[in-house]
Ligand binder design. Structure first.
Ligand code: ADP
Ligand code: MG
Length: 391
């Protein structure tokens, strides 16, 4: 893969695909992490005298302009953080985009409006996507992809565009690919993976891909109950995917899966429901497990000791509700405290948990920005956006 830093960009129009898909509440940005993460590339290109054209999506508009999903607030924050003017085009490849780009000088920055305002961006039809990619490509001389969170999408601004312009990977994409590689090939041992989150079915492919490579797989979160049930235990009204039971039985035969020994069982899915720690094999019929218990945190912490490589995806409990956040906090703390290990956090909710619980993002080697893309990479899938960068 060519890297953005190896390009000659002075005086060239560089189309940057960034991941600026930030959470908004009433038009206000509640977490600008993705904008901040995107700054280094945009700044460096501008400083080198490129004419920078940023393309990005926000939310899921229905393939037509929708003010609710305008990148306007993102453009304003980008301008503030960058300390350079950022002109927001009112369309993606229309007259305003074209004239904004035509007015660009060296070091200038234009942000195109939400690429998903164009239905062709996400179209399954190659010709339709291609025609839109032609118009995007006409705006620029060079393409740089810095949106790792979108590389698993066969979208015009991620996939087709790279087939039309000289292209390179931005620093965020390059860093993610390098870290994922270290989790997949010649991984330093012991290698411990911690999985949680809500569903086994969401993560089954990554479990199957990683299990042969790891020394231990610690399972918490909503998905642990299907495994506990597969071991023959009653799990009360906890999250259960009955159709996954057989597969869980097979996976357990590996002998590498470590399950919780106690759980926080609640009378209802709510912060003020009555709740207590119970043994994992004695969950009362009318209770649901919403977190792993303190003895499980100890067990998982012990299993992590001495690990040289750790990948953690998925919270250990319903961390959004304070009474069920301690399992996630305990395991996050255990991973963050490892010395000399490669520690990688993947998944949107896991990254949010690290921030919400105040664990300190710098205590991990890497926090992945693209949950879905990282998981698909670990599953061994070919990611369209990376495939075209490698060509
Ligand atoms: P990530 O985004 O990190 O990949 P997921 O999306 O798989 O994680 O799962 C996150 C969600 O799982 C959280 O919203 C959390 O509340 C939920 N969850 C964790 N443990 C449980 C549980 N025991 N029962 C129900 N939901 C759970
Ligand atoms: Mg999630």
């Amino acid at each position: 893969m060519r890297l953005a830093e190896d390009l000659q960009v002075k005086g060239k129009r560089v189309l940057v695909r960034s991941d600026l898909n930030v959470p908004l509440e009433n038009g206000r940005i509640t977490d600008d992490g993705r904008i901040r993460a995107s700054l280094p590339l945009i700044r460096s290109l501008a400083e080198q005298g490129a004419m920078v054209i940023v393309a990005a999506h926000l939310g899921r508009p229905k393939g037509e302009p929708d003010p609710k999903y305008s990148l306007a607030p993102v453009g304003r924050r980008l301008e503030e953080l960058l300390g350079r003017p950022v002109r927001l085009a009112r369309d993606v490849v229309g007259p305003d985009a074209r004239s904004s780009v035509a007015d660009l000088r060296e070091g200038g920055v234009v942000l195109l409006e939400n690429v998903r305002f164009e239905a062709a961006e996400t179209s399954k039809d190659d010709a339709e996507r291609g025609a839109f990619a032609d118009k995007l490509a006409a705006l620029a001389d060079v393409y740089v992809d810095d949106a790792f969170g979108a590389v698993h999408r066969k979208h015009a601004s991620v996939y087709d565009i790279a087939q039309r312009l000289e292209h390179a990977a931005g620093p965020l994409v390059a860093a993610e690919v390098e870290v994922l590689h270290r989790l997949e090939v010649d991984t330093d041992r012991p290698y411990v993976v911690v999985l949680g989150g809500s569903k086994v079915s969401d993560k089954i492919q990554v479990i199957e891909a990683l299990l042969p490579k790891v020394d231990a797989l610690l399972v918490g979160g909503g998905m642990c109950f299907t495994f506990l049930k597969a071991q023959g235990h009653d799990v009360g009204s906890s999250l259960l995917e009955a159709e996954m039971l057989e597969q869980c039985v097979t996976l357990l035969e590996s002998g590498k899966i470590v399950l919780p020994v106690d759980v926080v069982a609640a009378a209802a899915f709510s912060a003020d429901a009555e709740h207590a720690v119970v043994d994992a094999d004695k969950i009362p019929e009318d209770r649901m497990g919403l977190d792993i218990g303190p003895r499980s945190v100890e067990l998982f912490t012990e299993a992590l000791q001495g690990a040289r490589t750790v990948f953690w995806n998925g919270p250990m409990g319903v961390f959004e509700l304070a009474p069920y956040a301690e399992g996630t906090r305990g395991v996050a703390e255990a991973v963050a405290s490892l010395k000399g290990a490669l520690t990688v956090v993947g998944g949107g909710d896991s990254a949010a948990a690290v921030r919400a619980l105040g664990i300190g993002e710098d205590r991990f080697t890497h926090i992945s920005t693209g949950g879905g893309a990282s998981l698909e990479h670990l599953e061994g899938k070919t990611l369209p956006g990376l495939q075209v960068l490698e060509a």
